[in-house]
Design a protein around this ligand. Structure first.
Ligand code: HEC
Length: 154
């Protein structure tokens, strides 16, 4: 086998493997929004831009979320993210749960953990400015000081 033949064989092998991966679909779902968070428009806009793709049922699935193996990684991130904090189910959380999650969110800002760096890489516009971060921190503080986001449903 010449070098050229070997390279084409390797390329064909890689291509075939990449195509074979596509057979296993990822679970990309956007379940109905049951109890959306109600917040001031600027807070809502910042959360939607930076967090909603993984922490709501309103995920904007990018084209590469249809291509394995990225599809699996992205779907897994969204599933884990929704499990931790889901702004589309916010109103159905007990108020103690909401408080705990708000404290987590404040911590994620202090530690500059969210949105995850891999997401910021693909979505530079999802970065929060210092002003937005300060706004969100003020909003969280106001929620925690006993001013509920919406009257309890039950
Ligand atoms: C690319 C998807 C993605 C985006 C975008 C994202 N998150 Fe997350 N988030 C996750 C995942 C996955 C977890 C669970 C695993 C972990 O803790 O790393 C998580 C966990 C969390 C947690 C709870 C656990 C903890 O570590 O404190 C909070 C709070 C949180 N995210 C807040 C946010 C906020 C606020 C934003 C927007 C500024 C955001 N996230 C944007 C994927 C995301």
């Amino acid at each position: 086998m010449t070098f050229r033949e070997a390279t084409s064989a390797a390329l064909l092998g890689t291509l075939t493997a990449a195509l074979a991966l596509q057979v296993v679909p990822a679970r990309r779902t956007n379940p109905p929004v049951s109890a959306a968070l109600v917040s001031p428009p600027e807070v809502d806009a910042a959360l939607r831009r930076a967090c909603y793709d993984c922490h709501s049922n309103e995920t904007r699935w990018p084209w590469y979320s249809h291509v394995a193996p990225f599809s699996w990684l992205i779907a897994a991130d969204v599933a884990r993210g929704r499990r931790e904090v889901n702004f589309s189910e916010w109103g159905s959380y007990y108020s103690a749960t909401r408080r705990r999650k708000l404290q987590w969110i404040a911590r994620s800002f202090r530690e500059a953990k969210m949105p995850p760096w891999s997401y910021r890489l693909m979505h530079p516009d999802a970065r929060l400015s210092d002003t937005e971060r300060a706004l969100l921190e003020r909003w969280i503080a106001s929620q925690l000081s006993g001013n509920p986001i919406r009257p309890p449903d039950k």
